[in-house]
Design a protein around this ligand. Structure first.
Ligand code: DGJ
Length: 748
């Protein structure tokens, strides 16, 4: 029973094996929060966890209770202006101009499983026993608005899914001007805030800072979740490490504008809120209508950051991602983008695909350039085939690729249009643009108004027509600019504050339509690499192009940072040509693959340009990935050595039964005459011995306690000149080494 209601105390205790979350009905009928953290035993009442005090300067909402002020009461879904001066969870603008509200408890229900929602991404269960859902209904008597707070507690995964729904049951139209998906008020401020930030080509770098009094926040106002700030935050205790300590994760299951913030008040209470960014958000709630916030997934681990990430990986991989590809090892892919850009013919594409077939690749993906009169400046929006490139259409090429024994995939960027396109010439009103203002270009393109269902339909029908008869297994859905001058000519003036959100709902609706038409499709989401890499996208596309930066050293960092919040199977990782197109660096082809193996693996180059020796290496790489992708993409992942703070980086995956593991060790810039290296492995069975690469035998206990002892050139001054027996594992800059461990003493 993960949800218990204590009638006498009017308290709810939500729990599973790992976490507890306790909330109560406050003296004024609103909801308060008593505890969130490591699982505690249930009690008939935890009311003593509520702090009250008669503090100078504080105001109190109930005349008879001067020691009860919302200013220092931990609350579930707080409002502003009735003694609490902190950041609120919501704001309702009423016809008389007031923003004051008072939502009091009305009723609740506890049901098995989790209700489905049609129009937005969300976590789900496959059987009712997996979770329980608590819905608490509150009402504001003056406006007649009903507020439903939902909590789904997963039994086997340390997670609670939360959202809020406003229904206008009154008689006046209202405006919802802030509707966060959740609030958590922690009783103290002893936290470090971890965010995952960057920019195009350097996405999701972990940044850590101590919370202090005031507001710490990340956000996007770009219309997509962005590479600048990822909609995922960790709050951890200062002494939490990768291996131990409390860590709280928060994922916004949403792909548009967001805000995540922690406000530490003067009494050291930390208020965490996450939801749709209230800037430029204003939702007209007419009588009878509802507004449902997107979902936030709260995750908790008492076992450090690796423990938190592993829990998150299971949640996102198995209960947010959907579809036939969710549990399947991902095909080894070959994409032509870095090889050809938009300049290709059917024959040049087939030439690349043929070489792919020769090395054992399973899926060929045709990237940008196959449609309209496509150049860097034109063609987007015109999803008819460019017959000068593909005389036999998409079907003709797909058939030929299939005949090589490869599956066929294709690139689209459905949300965009170039001014130089037939679509824009026919429908200039289809773009997001503010009347009488100039339109800013990004990558020479404009953003289509996906808040208008007619636009979404138009793109859908064009795509379906072009794909007619073609055996398409995979689609890469790209999105290459942020929204500016956001305004929809489809919506009236008083609903312009809805456009950003309606845009994202339009994106989701096109995903739903395409998946309904082609249910077997593997989608890979993309936004100039990882500029829209979030839990919302994973619901439709179980993998996302991680970054446009395909340099092995940069990818080592980006994938390492991504692993805090996203599963290994969720990012595309490709071996590309050298010198690398983004950073100009040359790294060994082995290292490029050793990094890319930890992801949905593939190649992004013209393999015809490799030497015969390199082709033999590539064949072995493809074979290696096919043999080990089940373990790598679905095993238990551990970060071992942080490449942001070390010259080296290391990570590993362990099979669920601990019988096998693969360790990746990477050298960035080499040094000389350094200390000896020990890599402390994790997750092995301490009682078993492991054979390493079929050579050495070491105990699981030793490998975790003393560590693996790579022979590292940095510690051997002459190694670069002289390595007689080839025993040096890491030779110099950009070298890398994979270790394959197999248990040899099961259970002995
Ligand atoms: C940006 C993507 O991230 C690239 O992989 C490629 O698909 C280009 N767009 C194509 O325009």
């Amino acid at each position: 029973m993960p949800v218990i209601f204590h009638e006498g105390a009017k308290e709810f205790h939500l729990f599973n094996q790992t976490l507890s979350y306790v909330l109560n009905v406050l003296p004024n009928g609103q909801l308060g929060q008593l505890y969130y953290g490591k699982r505690i035993r249930d009690r008939a009442s935890f009311s003593y966890l509520m702090e009250t005090s008669c503090r100078p300067i504080s105001s109190w909402p109930m005349k008879e209770l001067p020691n009860f002020s919302l200013e220092f009461t931990r609350q579930e879904y707080p409002s502003f202006g009735t003694t609490d001066f902190r950041q609120p969870a919501f704001e309702i603008n009423q016809p008389n101009g007031s923003h004051i509200s008072n939502f009091v408890y009305v009723s609740h229900s506890i049901t098995a499983g989790k209700p489905d929602w049609a129009h937005m991404p969300h976590s789900y269960v496959e059987s009712p026993e997996e979770a329980q859902t608590l819905e608490i209904v509150l009402a504001d008597a003056v406006t007649g608005v009903e507020l439903t707070l939902s909590y789904t507690v997963f039994e086997q995964i340390s997670a609670i899914a939360r959202s809020a729904k406003f229904t206008n049951k009154g008689t006046d139209p209202l405006r919802l001007e802030r509707a966060m998906s959740l609030c958590v008020d922690f009783p103290d401020d002893d936290f470090e805030w971890m965010q995952f930030s960057g920019a195009w080509a350097r996405e999701r770098a972990p940044k850590v800072r101590k919370l202090e009094m005031g507001v710490t926040a990340i956000e996007s106002m770009r219309g997509h979740s962005s590479s600048h700030e990822n909609p995922f935050v960790i709050l951890k205790r200062p002494n939490t490490t990768e291996a131990s300590g409390d860590a709280y994760g928060f994922h916004f299951v949403y792909s548009g504008n967001f805000l995540a913030q922690a406000e530490v008040d003067t009494f050291n209470v930390t208020r965490f809120t996450m939801g749709i960014n209230p800037r430029q958000f204003s939702w007209k709630l007419t009588p009878g209508e509802s507004f449902q916030t997107p979902e936030v997934l709260m995750t908790f681990s008492p076992d450090g950051l690796n423990g938190l990430s592993q829990n998150i990986h299971t949640l996102l991989r198995t209960r947010v991602a959907r579809g036939p590809w969710r549990d399947q090892p991902r095909p080894v892919l070959l994409n032509n983008w870095e090889a050809t850009g938009m300049e290709f013919t059917e024959e040049s594409i087939l030439n690349i695909a043929r070489k792919g077939a020769e090395v054992g690749v399973e899926l060929f993906v045709l990237d940008d350039g196959w449609f309209g009169h496509r150049t860097e400046f034109s063609g987007l929006g015109d999803w008819y085939v460019d017959k000068s490139k593909l005389p036999n259409g998409v079907k003709g090429l797909a058939d030929k690729v299939n005949a090589l024994g490869l599956k066929f995939g294709i690139w689209i960027e459905p949300e965009m249009v170039n001014e130089d396109s037939d679509l824009y010439r026919a429908h200039p009103e289809y773009v997001l643009a503010t009347p009488q203002r100039s339109m800013s270009l990004g990558r020479s393109q404009l953003v289509l108004d996906f808040s208008n269902p007619e636009v979404v339909d138009c793109i859908y029908h064009q795509l379906v027509e072009s794909f007619e008869g073609a055996n398409i297994s995979y689609i890469k859905w790209d999105m290459n600019r942020s929204i500016t001058e956001c305004y929809s000519r489809h919506w009236p003036a008083d609903q312009q504050g809805e456009v950003y959100h309606r845009y994202i709902l339009g994106v989701y609706s096109l995903y739903e339509k395409l998946l309904a038409k082609y249910p077997h499709l593997l989608f890979e989401s993309c936004s100039s690499g990882g500029c829209r890499f979030d839990a919302g996208m994973l619901y439709y596309a179980p993998q996302a192009w991680c970054s446009d930066d395909t340099d092995a050293m940069q990818r080592l960092r980006i994938q390492y940072g991504s692993s805090y919040g996203y599963p290994i199977s969720s990012w595309g990782a490709h071996v590309s040509e050298c010198p690398n197109q983004q950073v100009g660096r040359s790294t060994p082809i082995e290292t490029r693959a050793n990094v890319a193996f930890f992801g949905a693996f593939g190649y992004e180059m013209d393999l015809n340009e490799l030497t015969d020796e390199e082709i033999e290496v590539v064949k072995r790489q493809v074979q290696f990935m096919k043999e080990h992708r089940q373990l790598i993409q679905f095993g238990t992942f551990y970060r071992l050595m942080n490449p942001y703070t070390n010259d080296k980086g290391a990570w590993m995956v362990v099979a669920p039964d601990q019988s096998e593991a693969i360790v990746g060790l990477y050298q960035q810039m080499n040094q000389v005459n350094t200390g000896f290296l020990q890599v402390h492995l994790q997750g092995l069975n301490p009682d078993w011995d492991y054979e390493i690469d079929g050579k050495l035998v070491r105990g699981g206990d030793e490998l975790m306690s003393f560590g693996l002892m790579p022979q590292d050139a940095s510690a051997h001054p002459l190694a670069m000149l002289f390595d007689p027996d080839g025993s040096i594992d890491l030779m110099g800059d950009y070298d890398s080494k994979l270790y394959h461990l197999k248990a040899i003493h099961h259970g002995s």
